[in-house]
Design a protein around this ligand. Sequence first.
Ligand SMILES: *Cc1c(COP(=O)(O)O)cnc(C)c1O
Length: 338
Amino acid sequence: MIDVRSDTVTRPTTAMREAMSAAEVGDDVYGDDPTVNRLQELAATLSGHEASLFVPTGTQSNLIALLAHCQRGDEYIVGADAHTYKYEGGGAAALGGIQPQTIAFAENGELPLDQVAEVIKEDDPHFAKSRLLCLENSQHGRVQSLEYMQSAQVFAKEHGLILHLDGARVCNAAVKLNQSLKAVCGCFDSVSICLSKGLGAPVGSILCGSKKFIRTAHRWRKVTGGGMRQAGILAAAGILALTEGYERLHEDHDNAALLDSLLQGVPGCRVKSSWTQTNMVWVEYEKDHSQSLPEFAKSRGVLMSVGRNTGRLVVHRDISKDDITTVAEVIKAYLQQA
Ligand SMILES: *Cc1c(COP(=O)(O)O)cnc(C)c1O
C-alpha cells in the first residue's frame, strides 16, 4: 500500500531497528537511561535551547508545555485551526484550566500580530490572564518565515506573553527555509518537535526550553503519565530521526512538488499550490468525494484521506518517486469516471 494519509505512517528503518535493539538503557524516571539522556542533549544542542525532554507524543508535549507555562485562569492565544487547540481533545482546558483564545490563521498560516494584539486582555478580574501565544510551523505544510517568527518574538516580549511553538514539523520548516533548527527554534521560549512524523521514529516527541522550564515540564510529564522506564529503546530511534531523518527531508519536499505538478490541470480538482511548501499537497475537489475517492484509491493500492471538498496528500520517507506517479494517476483515473 502507498500510504499518503500522513507522515506518521513511516516505519522505522533497518538502522533504527538495529539501534533500538542495541540501545543502552536504564530507568528514565530515575534519569538513568543513557540513550534518553543522549537524545535530550542532542535535541537541546540542535534547537539551541538549554534543555529538552523526551515525551511519548506531540499532544503530551504541547499539553505539558501549556501546563508548565500557565496557571488556572490563564489563557493562550492560538490559531482556530491549530493542532494544540482543535486536535488535542481540549487538554489544556480539561486538565489545566487554561482557556484558549482563538484567532483565524491568515492564508499563509500566520497569526496576524495586529489581531493577536486585539485579543490580549487587560489586567482586570473580569478577564482571563493572557499568558501565552502559540504558533505552529509548519502550519498545514505552510512555512512561517524567520522574519515573522522574529517579529512574533519581539511582539511577545513587548506584551509580556510567553511564546510556544508547536513545531511538530519544524524540521521540515527549517529545511525549507534553509536555516538551522537553532535559528528557527531560538525565537521561542519552548518548542515541541515530533520525532515520529517525517523524521521517521516509531514513537516520541521532544520538548525544548530553558532548564527551569524543562524541570517543571518534567514534573508535568510524570503527572500526565508520561514517565517511561527503559525508554532508551525508543530514544535510540529518535537520535537517528534527528540526524539521518532530518538530513533527507528535502527529498519529501521535492516529491511533494512533483505531485503538485502532476495534478496541475486535472479536471475536477485544483491544487492549492501556494501551500505546497514542504511535504504536503492540498487538493480542492469540485464535489464531495470523501467516501468514494478513498475507496477507489484503496482498491488500487493507495491510502488517502479526503475531507468534504479538500484532501491532504502527505509525502514521507516511505513514498518513492514512482509512488508519487501512481498517486497522481489514481486521482486522475478516479476523477475521469466520477
Ligand atoms: C501530529 C501533530 C501534533 C502531535 O501529535 P501526536 O500524534 O500526539 O504526536 C501536534 N501538532 C501538530 C501540528 C501535529 O501535526
